[in-house]
Design a protein around this ligand. Structure first.
Ligand SMILES: [Zn+2]
Ligand SMILES: [Zn+2]
Length: 207
C-alpha cells in the first residue's frame, strides 16, 4: 500500500498538470484581447455580424430564398464575378481587422483566415480548384513601415486552408496609396484604384 503522503502528492501533481493544461488552452479573444476559450470571447461573438443567409451569390446581401433574384443593381461590382465576405466590417469584425492590421495580432490573423476560408469554401470547387489566391500587395515603403503585408499573410493562410495555390508576386503595386485612416482619403475605391499591375509570376502556397 503506498504511503498516504505519496497519494496526496500524486493528486496534487495531477491537479497542477490539469491547471497548466487549462492555462495553455486559454486563448485571447481575436477582437478584444481578453482571455477566451475559443477564437472570440462571448461578448464579441454576440456582436459579430455574420453575412446573411440565404445570400445573393454575387454581392452577398440577403435574398428572400436560395436562388431568389437580388434587388441590388451590382453596378459597383463591375468586373467582379462574386464577393465573398464572412462578416460585416463593423463591431467585433472591425476590431479583428484593426488588431491584425495595426498590431500584428496572430489570434486576429488566424480568425480572419478561418472566417475568409469558411466564406469561400462553398465556392472553391470545380474549376475554382485551379484558382490562384492573389493578394493586392502593399507598396514596399508601407510594407517596410508595418513590418508585414497583411493581405499577403491572409492570402497564404486562405490558400493553405482551402488547398489552393498562392499567387505571390503576381501583382506589383506601382504607386503608393494613402493610409485608409488618412483624413485626405474620402473613398477607399478611389484610393486603391489602379495602383497594381500584373507581373505574371506565381509561386505555390507555403506550408
Ligand atoms: Zn472579445
Ligand atoms: Zn446581389
Amino acid at each position: 500500500m503506498p504511503h498516504p503522503g505519496l497519494i496526496v502528492l500524486r493528486r496534487a501533481t495531477r491537479e497542477l498538470a490539469v491547471a497548466v493544461l487549462d492555462l495553455i488552452a486559454q486563448r485571447t479573444c481575436a477582437a478584444c484581447g481578453a482571455l477566451a476559450t475559443s477564437a472570440l470571447c462571448g461578448a464579441c461573438e454576440s456582436v459579430l455580424e455574420r453575412r446573411p443567409r440565404p445570400a445573393c451569390p454575387r454581392c452577398g446581401e440577403a435574398v428572400l430564398a436560395p436562388g431568389a433574384a437580388c434587388p441590388a443593381d451590382h453596378d459597383w461590382l463591375r468586373g467582379i464575378a462574386a464577393l465573398h465576405a464572412p462578416w460585416r466590417y463593423r463591431g467585433a469584425a472591425g476590431a479583428i481587422v484593426r488588431r491584425f492590421k495595426f498590431e500584428g495580432d496572430a489570434a486576429a490573423g488566424d480568425a480572419l483566415v478561418r472566417g475568409l476560408a469558411d466564406a469561400l469554401r462553398g465556392a472553391a470547387t470545380g474549376v475554382v480548384r485551379r484558382a490562384l489566391v492573389v493578394p493586392v500587395p502593399m507598396h514596399r515603403r508601407a510594407r517596410r513601415a508595418r513590418g508585414f503585408d497583411q493581405a499577403e499573410r491572409l492570402a497564404i493562410g486562405v490558400a493553405h486552408e482551402l488547398g489552393l495555390s498562392f499567387g505571390g508576386g503576381v501583382l506589383r503595386r506601382s504607386r503608393a496609396t494613402l493610409s485608409q485612416t488618412d483624413p485626405r482619403v474620402t473613398s477607399r475605391e478611389q484610393n486603391v484604384a489602379g495602383p497594381s499591375s500584373w507581373r505574371g509570376r506565381q509561386s505555390s502556397a507555403a506550408g
